[in-house]
Design a protein around this ligand. Structure first.
Ligand code: URA
Length: 250
């Protein structure tokens, strides 16, 4: 990796703002290879130089990759004045420039990749790449073979173009008593489905079901490209991606 300024190195690793780390350097609290650093603009090689900040060794981490099982109620953003954010859930994070790759609605759960690797995000989100996104949903209404065919052809969700062909699997259809599920009328149908789409339009899954007269009442993303939601992660939990997962995505 190429050499970089000492103050940038420390600020990126969460040691403080550029101003704060500059102060620490001037106080003699930063060492490079055992010797006090003299200036914030000194260059360090992240691969070979040993940097300590207030006596603690600070290794440089270029990219971080986390898989989050997003809970409902938090927003897919880095900052928000009202709600909690998905980045805020990553307590282990070191870098300040993490962001979610794509967005899930506030009430949607499931797989979200959180990273600072802009190139990877670009590749996964590029409309030209048609990366698979797989969702599990619970839908009010009876999802039918006709819906499956309509989704395979593409549906009109009010945009300029029809949606790209999507693969709908009907997992379960059942008639439920009103008392059990708070349904509006006795004996309403509910369906469980898996849907694979290759675009990422705003509220796409919900709007596709609206287009066939049904309402999504629960939505969870379970896969994005090669990345599959780890079933051991409870909602709100996260873990680092494995080397193999990173390699497969890249
Ligand atoms: N489609 C939706 O409608 N909502 C999401 O959060 C993701 C896909």
């Amino acid at each position: 990796m190429s050499r970089m300024r000492l103050d940038r190195y420390l600020a990126e690793m969460g040691c403080g703002t550029r101003t704060q780390v500059k102060k620490e350097i001037s106080r003699g609290n930063v060492n490079i290879n055992g010797k006090a650093a003299l200036r914030p603009e000194e260059k360090v090689d992240p691969d070979t130089d040993r940097v300590t900040f207030q006596g603690t060794e600070i290794s440089y981490i270029r990219y971080e990759y986390y898989m989050l099982n997003k809970p409902a109620g938090v927003v897919s953003a880095t900052e928000d004045s009202r709600d909690g954010t998905v980045v805020g859930l990553i307590g282990e994070r070191q870098r300040k420039d993490l962001f979610p790759v794509g967005r899930l609605d506030k009430d949607t759960e499931g797989l979200l990749l959180i990273t600072n690797d802009g190139d990877l995000a670009h590749r996964l989100l590029s409309p030209k790449k048609h990366v698979d996104k797989v969702y599990f949903a619970r839908v009010a209404g009876e999802v039918t073979e006709e819906d499956k065919e309509a989704f395979a052809r593409g549906v009109d969700i009010g945009d300029e173009k029809l949606t790209l062909p999507a693969e709908l699997e009907i997992l379960r259809v059942e008639k439920e008593a009103a008392a059990e599920k708070g349904a509006a009328s006795e004996g309403m149908f509910f369906s469980e489905i898996r849907l694979t789409i290759r675009e990422g339009r705003f509220h796409q899954v919900k709007r596709m079901f609206q287009a066939v007269g049904k309402e999504v009442v629960y939505l969870k993303r379970i896969r994005m490209g090669s990345l599959v939601l780890d079933e051991d992660l409870k909602t709100g939990e996260y873990r680092k991606l494995t080397e193999e997962e990173i390699r497969a995505l890249c």
